[in-house]
Design a protein around this ligand. Sequence first.
Ligand code: F6P
Length: 502
Amino acid sequence: MTDIMWEAIRAVAEPDLKSIFDTDPGRLDRLTLTVAGLRFDWSKTHMTGALMTAFERLAEARNFTAHRDALFSGAVVNPTEGRAAEHCAERGEGAADSVAHAKMLHYRMRALIDAIEAEALGPVRHILHIGIGGSALGPDLLMDALGRDAGRYDVAVVSNVDGCAFEEAVKNFDPQATLLAVASKTFTTTETMLNARSAINWMIEGEVDDPYGRVIALTASPDKAIEWGVDETRILPFSETVGGRYSLWSSIGFPAALGLGWDAFESLLEGAAEMDRHFRLSPPEKNAPLIAAFIDQYYARVKACQTRGLFAYDERLRLLPSYLQQLEMESNGKSVKVDGSPVDGPTAPVTWGGVGTDAQHAVFQLLHQGTHLIPVEFIASIEPGHALDPAHHAALLTNCFAQGAALMRGRDNAGDPARAYPGGRPSTTILMEDVAPHTLGALLAFYEHRTFANAVLMEINPFDQFGVELGKEIAKAIEKDGPSGFDPSTSALIDLAMGNDD
Ligand code: F6P
């Protein structure tokens, strides 16, 4: 059944991107959409009316609507772990009891924030947030994007187990004025627990009277946090059904809620909820995450593109590529379908990217003239994030739009091939009204739903991540038993680096 669907998709005539606006003049209207302050423009991709119809049939064959309903109803959509995936409930969209539970936990977070602001835990000027992966990337992105002028607290996020990261983070922090947020869904992650221990030691060295009294735990495993020494009143729990890379909406977002203020955090959730409703209620041809997933699938499976480049033309969004790398690659980097059978094509593309205009002077050469075909995504904001000469923002946006036009149009140069540009290279542009809590919430929710829609089309489970476990296990075994029992290369490296060589 579904193979026939893919045959139908492959049979659709491929348009010539270089002349696509001449052959299909209505495409700008058809392939642009504005949702929650975000304008999506897919008109410079190979998407056509016929292709859209073929993909809509694929979505139907994959029971997309039923899968989407299951996601929002709190049904088990992560069968390998027997769990629902209820990040939408954190923003008020989902099963009524899950939404009520999430609201109650948000009230608790707000009450603790009020107490901190009232200095009930002593003076606080700095927040040291310790976590890794989904317990760090989201808060880091939010503070970097939105917190530049917040002027409330200095927030530093430490994730890497490399002590250099910790030393750098606390370099200008006064331990007496620091609040420590330990973020870990499981409260067992090696890197986080080691960094948290070092943070306690740093506080002890800084003569903080009651270092554990300055710890807030953000976790779905409150018992483990209590065991570690955190008082129950300073634990901000979240539900087991919220996945790590989908967790910034829960108490994992605590440093942002404290650092930006509660109103900003609420606005972030509302922006995400607006995108949730759009995804849940819009028909396929008007559904931004689903259309984006159709295009992702087309490039991955029909055009064999192995990567997707993502360029934020806004310094405030410089951490977006790393955030989306986890979201997309940890979710959809799989080799088996939900039923355990091997996947029948490529899954998540390698998501990579950078910041414009910097990236233009580094990697865009390959995008324009290299042999790879790389669909590119540009993200920019109409409103600048600074008060400098407007020429800065004009130059930034002009460059962004020029790149998309150049990739598509190309330029022939028969007499001088080194100076020829093949063109016909696709790009998508997402133009934000501004980089503000509401629009950023909507943008991140868009990417979550796009990832989910891709997974449904590929019949894979985007909510587990067993791929990361083997390496963790081996690291533990090396820590415990040393180099014995490993291949000669690994053993030699351990001996050399850990001083076990005789
Ligand atoms: O190793 C992968 C992972 O499990 C991610 O999925 C998660 O975001 C990260 O580790 C951190 O996990 P935790 O929040 O339990 O410390």
